[in-house]
Write a protein that binds this ligand. Structure first.
Ligand SMILES: NCCCCC[C@@H](C[SeH])C(=O)O
Ligand SMILES: [Zn+2]
Ligand SMILES: [Zn+2]
Length: 307
């Protein structure tokens, strides 16, 4: 496979080979887990990063690549992994984070869709599942979680890009993530899911306009994270609850994780605001990832303070 680069949009094959290498060459901090198999039979893999201890540590779950065309999202998860292993022991905050917590990083959830954007349709969004009764393919994985499922901001038309699926967790990729988080819900304290584009830092709820019980705290943390992000290149993010800040959207992973009890649940919409959109040039991967690291570390620090 093509050589891996943190400043390129790597193919799935390259990413998964790189993940194995990261785990084998950083065995003290990193281990790889396969959490499921996609509709088309590809493995869904995550890296667990953190100082290995005998006891179970509290954790942060970070996922990328749930929507296939949002290529800067998997690039960020790869960048996060690199930063974690390369600054552990040198950066005091990263060292404290990985000593006290574990971070699960899932670079590409929608593996079939991601491959499809490399081979066939660059702007594909959904999974690639086939179902009887329609020639249209896939469901929107961010409408397929069991959170106000298919009530608003989603479509029951299998040909729609926001098709909610035949039932909650009908998409095997969604069920794999949901099963993993359910299994580890006692330790997972934060859920961060990375998308593009629009430059937004969103939190529950998107399935209702009602404010979640932790609204004021989640908003103040989001605003702090957005200002940390802005400090590097003056990139401006808007923070707020999903429904009012972007649009109503039921069945989202963030709302589902929040209602499961994961209080610090955020959806990032990374660069840009529409000039390039999903086709963000590779030249912007580094600055986007650098500034996003500041926001993620801000949130992680708040989570640590509230353990
Ligand atoms: N849980 C929904 C958060 C707000 C919408 C996020 C965007 C990312 Se492309 C979407 O899923 O349409
Ligand atoms: Zn998305
Ligand atoms: Zn988006």
């Amino acid at each position: 496979p093509r050589a891996h680069s943190y400043e390129k949009y790597n193919s799935l094959e390259t990413i998964q080979a790189w993940m194995s290498t990261m785990a084998s060459t950083n065995a003290a901090l990193v281990s790889k887990q396969v959490i499921g198999t996609s509709f088309e039979g590809r493995s869904i893999e995550l890296l667990k990063i953190g100082k290995k201890t005998s006891t179970t540590k509290p954790a942060i779950f970070l996922d990328c690549g749930i929507h296939a065309r949002e290529w800067v999202s998997p690039a960020f998860c790869q960048w996060f992994i690199k930063e974690a292993v390369s600054t552990y022991g040198a950066d005091s905050q990263m060292t404290s984070l990985l000593d006290q917590m574990d971070v699960y990083v899932l670079p590409v959830i929608n593996v079939d869709g991601y491959v499809h954007t490399f081979t066939t349709d660059r702007l594909w969004r959904k999974t690639r599942s086939r179902r009887a009764g329609t020639s249209c393919i896939g469901a929107d994985p961010n409408r397929n979680f069991d959170a106000g499922w298919c009530t608003l901001g989603a479509s029951s038309n299998p040909c729609s890009d926001t098709y909610c699926g035949s039932s909650p967790e009908s998409e095997v990729e969604v069920k794999a993530v949901a099963d993993f988080i359910r299994k580890n819900k006692a330790t997972i304290k934060a859920y961060l899911t990375i998308h593009s584009y629009s430059q937004l830092l969103l939190f529950p709820y998107s399935y209702t306009y009602n404010l979640c019980k932790d609204h004021s705290e989640l908003l103040s943390v989001a605003e702090g994270a957005a200002s940390a992000l802005r400090s590097l290149y003056n990139t401006r993010y808007t923070s707020g609850p999903g429904a009012a800040t972007i649009y109503p959207a039921a069945g989202g992973s963030d709302d589902w994780a929040y209602d499961l009890g994961v209080k610090y649940s955020y959806t990032f919409e990374l660069r840009d605001t529409g000039r390039y959109g999903f086709l963000l040039p590779e030249s912007q991967i580094k600055p986007t990832c650098q500034e996003t690291m500041l926001a993620v570390k801000y949130i992680a620090a708040h989570v640590q303070k509230n353990l």
